[in-house]
Every structure is written in structure tokens, then in C-alpha cells.
Design a binder for this molecule. Sequence first.
Ligand SMILES: [Zn+2]
Length: 121
Amino acid sequence: MSRLCEVRGCDQRADDLFTSSEAGSPLVEWQVCAFHLQTLSEGGRALISTGRDALVVGVGLPVEVMDVRVVDSEFGSPVVTLTLGREDVEEDELKLQMTPAQARFLCERLNGEAPGGGESP
Ligand SMILES: [Zn+2]
């Protein structure tokens, strides 16, 4: 086997298979090195490079939304950028395109305020 560990930034040979077994999520397998197999199995975190997306995986890993930014795209739909991380460490950014109503709903729930800030009804 000549594949490399799928954890981002790791260049060890992948000798093991880590299987996500989190309830409610689809079963996914990643080829990882022995070190990361143990890390993930113990509930650790790792950024997995799968194509163009990076997923944070680990047993029972809650990812926190650390910051939310809304930018109006040139096509009229807001793009919401979620900064994801854990324990004050920023790990990834997630960009979502959505309707203005969805963006407003999300920001109200996460930030307790509507996008644009300072606007009074
Ligand atoms: Zn590795």
C-alpha cells in the first residue's frame, strides 16, 4: 500500500483504516497512519483532506462555531462564513451560500443579532 495518511499535513504511510462510528452520521472510512488511528480512536481531532473539503473528525467531537461573517455576494445571495474550531483554536472555515432569510435566521441564533449590526427595527 502506497497511500499516505489522509490527515491534513501528515505524510506518514497509511497502514490503518479509521471508521467513523458516530451515531446519526453516515459511516465513513479514512486511511490513516497508526498514530492518527490511535488519536482518532481516543476521541482526538484531525483535519482530514478529502478532495477539496476538509472534515474535522474524531469520536464524539463537537465542533464549535467560533465566528460568523456574512458577505453579500455579487449574485445577491449572502455568503455566510463560519469559522469552526475547538478550545479557542480556529481549525477551518465553512462558506455557505444561502438566502437572505436563512442568513438572518442563522446569525440571529448564533450571534443574537441580525447581520448588518446596529440596525434597529
Ligand atoms: Zn497520520
